[in-house]
Design a protein around this ligand. Structure first.
Ligand code: ATP
Ligand code: MG
Ligand code: MG
Ligand code: MG
Length: 483
């Protein structure tokens, strides 16, 4: 069975053979952009090429990009560990054409890679194409349909609406129809019972979207009109962990070698057994295996946990992971930092930045864990009391209570919300925000920051994180260079 490392390499080799230049992942942390905290798609780093603001060195490019989807427009946090294929941090494999090839090649190569290189059975593949939109005066994407028709029976080419099949970078800018590829991972027996022609991942957890081909051919103007772009581009994104799961024929991304090492190590350290169920314990294993990657790679790319902005996003993920092992794996000491060396080794060849800064990253994580573990026990007792009173009558935690948990015990709002939901209670977000507002000198970070896929940033002020000066936390200096 191909390993995940081999599968990643096959993707890059395949597009190299089609004339693409392989480039490194951009940092997962986005600096100098108030509306985008983290890279959430492979194309973020190439936005200026699509806009025509700068010229790419190569017209065909491929890579694997570290992405994070935990805030703003793309927030998958609640699915993580509960479903089998949404992660906080994931790798997005991508190939790009900057004004070079278009639909015919992109579609033919997607098909060739999936069916000939990866040998995914053809009859398990479905695709979607843009069905058109009357209000926008946009026709159905017949061009994509006709290209797919060369490879796949018409019954497995499904129409998709503007929400799913017309990709826009934001309110203005390049955009266009997209075509998604879904894989049916159900057993033969299950498949024989149902008509699969209407199935996509929304309807069945074993039919999953793996790849999105975006065909950029319009520019959205300020007055909302669409004008054709002078050049047409291709932007694709394939979820690496999902691809591995399909090729390794597993029921869940967590059963692939991307995650099994971390899960086994967690089992060994905690003395608990992982099973594939939906038990709280099993979810905890998966959440930890997921969150640790988000934590490790963001810190390695220069984002320290903190009480505001992007730093608070990381702190929230970390505290969420701590609460999962504390409550459900019954492990009361710092755990995550112990898993770092394993993770660093696993990703050494593809993302060496983690191994290079292993001592520092582990230290930051350990200190964060220790700090939260100091108040967690008391906070959990407090929330228990609140839940008991609340469940006697009021089904909602008040703003005051959630704020007390936040302020005194370090419980991020979404953690309290999660624990409340586990007890069939809601929380009063409005009142919580009002409490926060009254404490102006405290963090503003719990308020959601709405972001688009990406936005235009001033190129000249862009910086690239190049590492830490010292491994000592107190004297650490973050270094950036102009790019
Ligand atoms: P989904 O509908 O499953 O949420 P999406 O349509 O939001 O996926 P895209 O924005 O099209 O995803 O991203 C391209 C690809 O990245 C997807 O086809 C999928 O394989 C992968 N992907 C997206 N979100 C995640 C995630 N949270 N974890 C892992 N892979 C993801
Ligand atoms: Mg999504
Ligand atoms: Mg989708
Ligand atoms: Mg998609």
């Amino acid at each position: 069975m191909a390993t995940s490392a081999e599968i990643r390499q096959q993707f890059l080799d395949f597009f190299t053979s089609k004339g693409h230049q392989v480039v490194p992942s951009a940092p997962i942390v986005v600096k100098n952009d108030p509306t985008l905290l983290f890279t959430n798609a492979g194309m973020n780093q190439f936005k200026d090429y699509f806009l025509g603001n700068s010229k790419p060195a190569a017209k065909r490019v491929a890579d694997t990009q570290k992405c994070l989807r935990v805030s703003g427009k793309h927030n998958d946090l609640e699915e993580v560990g509960v479903d089998t294929y949404h992660h906080t941090m994931f790798e997005m494999l991508g190939n790009w054409s900057f004004g070079d090839y278009f639909k015919a090649e992109a579609i033919a190569w997607s098909w060739e890679l999936l069916t000939e290189v990866y040998k995914i059975p053809k009859d398990r593949l479905y695709v979607t194409i843009f069905e058109g939109d009357a209000a926008e005066k946009l026709d159905r994407d017949d061009e994509a349909y006709n290209e797919w028709k060369k490879w796949i029976p018409a019954g497995r080419i499904l129409n998709g609406n503007k929400k799913d099949n017309f990709w826009e970078m934001g309110d203005t800018g390049p955009c266009g129809p997209c075509s998604e590829i879904h894989v049916d991972c159900r057993s033969d027996e299950e498949r024989s019972k149902v008509d699969g022609s209407t199935l996509i991942n929304k309807d069945n957890p074993q039919v999953i979207e793996i790849w999105n081909n975006v065909f950029m051919q319009f520019n959205r103007l300020k007055d909302k009109r669409l004008e054709p772009l002078p050049e047409k581009h291709v932007d694709t994104g394939m979820g690496f962990e999902r691809l591995v799961r399909v090729i390794q024929q597993k029921q869940s991304n967590y059963d692939t070698d991307v995650f099994t090492g971390t899960i086994a190590a967690t089992a060994q350290i905690t003395g608990k057994q992982y099973d594939f169920s939906d038990s709280k314990e099993a979810v905890a294993f998966r959440v930890i295996a997921d969150h640790i990657r988000a934590i490790a790679f963001t810190i390695a790319d220069g984002q320290l946990p903190s009480n505001t902005g992007a730093g608070y996003v990381i702190r929230r993920i970390l505290r969420r992971a701590v609460r999962y092992y504390y409550s459900y794996l019954d492990y009361k000491q710092p755990l995550l930092h112990q898993l770092m060396p394993l993770l660093a080794g696993q990703f050494e060849t593809v993302f060496p930045e983690l191994k290079q800064q292993l001592g520092f990253v582990s230290k930051v994580v350990r200190e964060e864990e220790e700090a939260f573990l100091r108040t967690l026990e008391k906070g959990l007792k407090r929330i228990d009391d609140i839940v008991k009173t609340a469940s006697n009558g009021n089904k909602q935690l008040s703003g005051k209570e959630t704020f007390e948990l936040y302020d005194t015990y370090g419980f991020p709002f979404d953690l309290t919300q999660l624990i409340a939901a586990e007890n069939k209670l809601t929380v009063n977000e409005e009142d919580f925000k009002a409490e926060m507002q009254q404490q102006k000198d405290r963090s503003r970070a719990a308020t959601a920051i709405d972001t688009e896929d990406w936005v235009v940033v001033n190129d000249e002020s862009a910086t690239e994180f190049v590492g830490y000066d010292s491994l000592d936390i107190k004297t650490k200096v973050l270094k950036y260079r102009k790019v």
